[in-house]
Design a protein around this ligand. Sequence first.
Ligand SMILES: NC(=O)C1=CN([C@@H]2O[C@H](COP(=O)(O)OP(=O)(O)OC[C@H]3O[C@@H](n4cnc5c(N)ncnc54)[C@H](OP(=O)(O)O)[C@@H]3O)[C@@H](O)[C@H]2O)C=CC1
Ligand SMILES: O=C(O)CCC(=O)C(=O)O
Ligand SMILES: [Mg+2]
Length: 727
Amino acid sequence: MTKIIYTTVDEAPQLAAASLLPIIKRFLSEAGLEVETRDISLAGRIIAAFPDHLTDAQRQSDALAELGELVKTADANVIKLPNISASVPQLTAAIAELQGQGYALPDYPEAPQTDDEKAVRAKYDAIKGSAVNPVLREGNSDRRAPAAVKAFAKANPHRMGKWVSDSKTRVATMGEDDFRSNEASVTLADAATLRIEHVAGDTVTVMKDGLDMPAGTIVDSTFMSVKALKAFYNKTIEDVAKEGTLYSLHMKATMMKVSDPIIFGHCVRQYLAPVFAKHGDLFDANGITPNGGLGTLLDKIADLPNGAEIAAEIDAVMADRPPLYMVNSDKGITNLHVPSDVIIDASMPAVIRAGGKGWGPDGEEADTTCVIPDSSYAGVYAESIDYFKETGALDPATAGTVQNVGLMAQKAEEYGSHPTTFEVPAAGEMRVMNGDTVLMSHAVEAGDIWRMASTRKAPIMNWIELAIERQAAENCRAIFWLDETRAHDAELLNYVRPALAEKGLTDTFEVMAPTPATRASCEEIREGRTTIAITGNVLRDYLTDLFPILEVGTSAKMLSVVKLMQGGGLFETGAGGSAPKHVQQLMEENHLRWDSLGEFCALGESLRFAGGAKAKVMGDAVDTATVKLLAEGKSPGRKVGQDDNRASHAHFALYWAEALANQTDDAELATAFEPVAKALADGIDAILAEIKAGAGQPVDLGGYYHGDADKTAAVMRPSATLNAIIG
Ligand SMILES: NC(=O)C1=CN([C@@H]2O[C@H](COP(=O)(O)OP(=O)(O)OC[C@H]3O[C@@H](n4cnc5c(N)ncnc54)[C@H](OP(=O)(O)O)[C@@H]3O)[C@@H](O)[C@H]2O)C=CC1
Ligand SMILES: O=C(O)CCC(=O)C(=O)O
Ligand SMILES: [Mg+2]
């Protein structure tokens, strides 16, 4: 029987855990099962990186490194909650909060000069962005809506915006001089140690060396032309002004932590082009960059002697530009304020679910032009939008479902590329070398964004097998979303086709480029059918928000299993993130609308995976409880005054205890849970009243990134009745 590890994370899922985990621990103790926590929160990772700056009492071990080893063993049984992938503004805010709590951490060096500063910066950069998931994901991804969730969504369809055929909403993408169009790809026949070089005239600079690749690895390299990017932004700004839509930029600055903040920064720069033309040198001299977003830019400008004047010029330019899609129009937070505020996997589905609408500066809904610079995957959103314009919104009461099998293990594809991504220092050539042989090379200009990505053979073969297994289980249409005209995909297909042929399954699977696959999948679910999208890593991420958000309203209710390649299990909770908006609501009015359904799904799976008869009984009872929770409508409501996350946990505890008391597979457990079930049933009204007593009041958690455990427990466990039963 394996021990279950429950991760300590950030924001809403961590607040939910403060309420749910004590219940889980209490219940599992009856079955002799252990649950341990490991802190992979942003604050925890910062603390672990700087032991020398901290007191003994403050120090924390590097739990991420420990888990990174654990997931390479058959013993791993990890329940992984979503964590913050920090943009620079979030990272600096977390550091400041910890410093305020007495942690003598170094500041984040914006422009490191000394060796010391460079070392500090390197440590912080390793914490930044998506630094957790790629380490833990030693397996491929199986994400789908559980049958009970689908059935519930059909019976209780969520609200969908209306799509009209003359909607002006569209996707704008480069289509040339971008990552998609410049891609080169090779499959290594033998193991190799690769080197990345920049060549300018006679000068060869080694950008990265010692990149060990096993035989069979697919290696890609590509770049985005900064000149083309700027021209593209200028054109979109002009077009959007004519179209009368909102301007919205959709990036993944968290997961693509090197390339996408730069691409984001160029958008801020072009949007404010007259300001940068006038003050660019001053900004450079003061280390002011737009890559952390307009918010940070404005803060830094405020510190300049002529700050007020420049701020007024920025306002004037913005008034002259097409209106921006807003993150929070009440607070004046625009799309360009913080690179991690608008994250494409969640933001594009939200626009599509709303019938192609975003929020404008006036607080009103409007059509929006969705700017997605690189064209590799933009077609998925463009095609979805076209499809819904033609056919009207999807009806969640009758829609089928698109499941996903995603290639993800061992930092596959673009999502593993940040250590090998560079902003090109000078015009010349970027090349990938294998000894003296040039594997791939690109002519580049200064500022171009060049990257290398790799995908190992073992994960690819494992992914194909997982696809075969899932298709056999569902017996439905299954499509490999691969584009034979794209360099990387063509190499992947050299693995996929023979593997399918060898098993006589060539006709069981289809291969389609992402754009037609999007249409085919939309048509399938429109007819109420199930289909499986077998995709690379980026589309795994995008599609497991897109389809769930359209079909069941949210990706929070997804079953999200990572079958680790060495035999262990990683159970992710849902397919979404850490919902910062939910924390804000809790702090302002003591209502947490986070839905822990993803945690319930993961817990059931993890328990069955743990092995042993008792664990199976516990896990099956979790599923029974989850189905009942949905059927009884006990999921959290969005508004203060409704039952919230804590109330849903109380119901979950009640139904879990009932399921355990009523099952007949394990008499001992039934006996143990009978009084618990009775106490919860008798106490539920009091429990709900105790939880609701604090509704509407602001609460103090003692911190945002590094809250106080006691204060958080007081907020998240307000029911004395429930606490007495849980112990
Ligand atoms: N696996 C991981 O570790 C992941 C981490 N992230 C990280 O999370 C942060 C926020 O990312 P963002 O793109 O804003 O996406 P989120 O998924 O956190 O939020 C988008 C919206 O989805 C809804 N939502 C998400 N989860 C739930 C839930 N359990 N219950 C109810 N509603 C939910 C909320 O909608 P509403 O406001 O309408 O209630 C929320 O505002 C970033 O730091 C990002 O990097 C993101 C994805 C995965
Ligand atoms: O790791 C991250 O930053 C986000 C991951 C994500 O969005 C996903 O797995 O769906
Ligand atoms: Mg995602």
